[in-house]
Design a protein around this ligand. Structure first.
Ligand SMILES: Nc1ncnc2c1ncn2[C@@H]1O[C@H](COP(=O)(O)OP(=O)(O)OP(=O)(O)O)[C@@H](O)[C@H]1O
Length: 253
């Protein structure tokens, strides 16, 4: 069990290079128990790499990452493909690869907001319920740190808002730290204690209101949330810097 007095993760001067390309540059960040921290940034800006580096799943080229001794990490992926013809119940899914007691499974499902669904077929779950089953799996070992990589992708606005509310409840119940990558800027700005704006380096970080007002954030996401959301919703592969340049060109021409 991590000591609540000390940060769960503390990164200093972290650089990650992959195949000669600098993916993360001079990352300085720390995350404590009870905090909800969200990483936002354009596609390809290194968000997933950052999560992987922080938990030690990606080697760093230089810098230092310290992790609380004995820290338990729960990870909720973006999505998981399960063959729909596979007769797999939620309970059996949660027992892979390791068996858990019925009580532990029931508790994880309740915490994830789908109480009593152990007997349901995975293929019969709605998108929102499926993501909650993934969340329940990450909660089985009562993690000190819960990491989510765009775990609410594909959910509608209400589903997304519900998903984030559930996260706040989990944080309150378990006292865990939560670190997530998200493109749901509207909701993130309401739900996170701290936002980290990443574009290979940390452009800015702080309280959501301070970050949305920062020129570095506005350069990446536009001057208002609607514009920022439009970038992601309409053309997720377009780099916002290019979007900026296009707008300047349009105005010039
Ligand atoms: N294992 C790897 N091998 C080679 N390149 C990698 C590897 N992991 C990440 N990259 C590269 O690093 C860059 C950042 O990728 P990453 O997935 O961290 O970005 P991201 O911000 O999470 O992107 P997205 O929003 O599209 O999910 C990309 O150019 C990617 O191709």
């Amino acid at each position: 069990m991590a000591n609540p007095q000390h940060p769960l993760i503390d990164a200093t001067g972290v650089n990650v290079r992959i195949g000669g390309r600098q993916i993360l540059e001079n990352i300085e960040l720390s995350l404590s128990a009870g905090e909800i921290v969200t990483v936002v940034g354009p596609n390809g800006s290194g968000k997933s790499t950052l999560l992987r580096a922080l938990i030690g799943a990606m080697p760093v080229s230089s810098g230092r990452i310290s992790r609380a001794p004995g820290m338990r990490v729960g990870y909720v992926p973006q999505r998981l493909h399960i063959d729909p013809t596979l007769p797999l119940s939620v309970g059996r899914f949660l027992n892979l690869p390791r068996r858990h007691s019925r009580r532990t499974i029931a508790q994880a499902l309740a915490r994830a907001g789908i109480p009593g669904r152990a007997g349901a077929a995975m293929s019969a779950l709605s998108g929102g319920q499926f993501q909650r089953a993934l969340m329940a799996r990450a909660l089985l070992d009562e993690p000190d740190l819960l990491m989510l990589d765009e775990a609410s992708q594909g959910l509608d606005q209400t589903g997304t808002a519900d998903f984030y509310r559930q996260l706040e409840e989990i944080r309150d119940q378990l006292g865990c730290g939560i670190l997530m990558v998200s493109h749901d800027l509207h909701v993130v700005m309401r739900a996170a204690d701290r936002v980290i704006c990443l574009n290979h380096h940390i452009c800015c970080q702080g309280h959501p209101e301070a970050v949305t007002a920062a020129p570095e954030y506005r350069a990446l996401f536009g001057t208002d949330d609607e514009e920022a959301l439009a970038i992601f919703r309409h053309d997720p592969h377009k780099h916002p810097h290019d979007h900026e340049r296009e707008r300047e060109r349009d105005h010039a021409g």
